[in-house]
Write a protein that binds this ligand. Structure first.
Ligand SMILES: [Zn+2]
Length: 159
């Protein structure tokens, strides 16, 4: 299996991927769901992290607000690589090995990712197939968690 991941590891690519995944129907305020959004510069410490200002409620937010990525100690690229590996049907054990994580952490991350990357909109975000560079990442099988779990835990032959 060819696991050439360089295109995904770049910070710019990571944030582009997050934006593509979470703003599928356009940028909307995580607080009031208003679509009256103005781009509001970039994050001071992460140059690729877009900030926004909501014209509806006046709050500021950014690409990671209300996502499972925010406030977590794992870097964004680790989350996205986890998602990428899930799309390749790697088992939690294989993902843990690829990312140098322990299996418990990997299991937690995979579980959260399967529920959707945006905590408040699990049914909207990551349902069905989303394009993630050269691969199709399948995530958020709402209503069929047991099918996903079975698939996710199934070892890949020859890997
Ligand atoms: Zn708002």
């Amino acid at each position: 299996m060819d696991l050439t991941l360089l295109p995904l590891i770049d910070d710019q690519k990571c944030f582009e991927t997050v934006r593509r995944l979470r703003w599928q129907t356009g940028v909307a305020c995580p607080q009031c769901e208003s679509a009256q959004i103005t781009k509001w510069g970039m994050d001071e410490t992460q140059a690729c992290r877009q900030r926004y200002h909501c014209g509806g409620c006046g709050r500021d937010f950014d690409d990671l607000t209300s996502t499972v990525f925010a406030g977590h100690h794992q870097p964004l690229r680790v989350w996205l690589l986890c998602l990428y590996f899930m799309g390749l049907n790697l088992s939690n054990r294989q993902i843990a090995r690829e990312l140098s994580l322990d299996e418990d952490s990997t299991h937690d991350m995979a579980s959260q990712l399967r529920d959707g990357i945006v905590a408040r909109q699990p049914a909207v975000v990551l349902s069905g197939e989303v394009e993630c560079d050269e691969v199709y990442v399948v995530a958020g099988h709402k209503g069929h968690p047991e099918a996903v779990n079975k698939k996710g835990d199934h070892p890949v032959e020859g890997a």
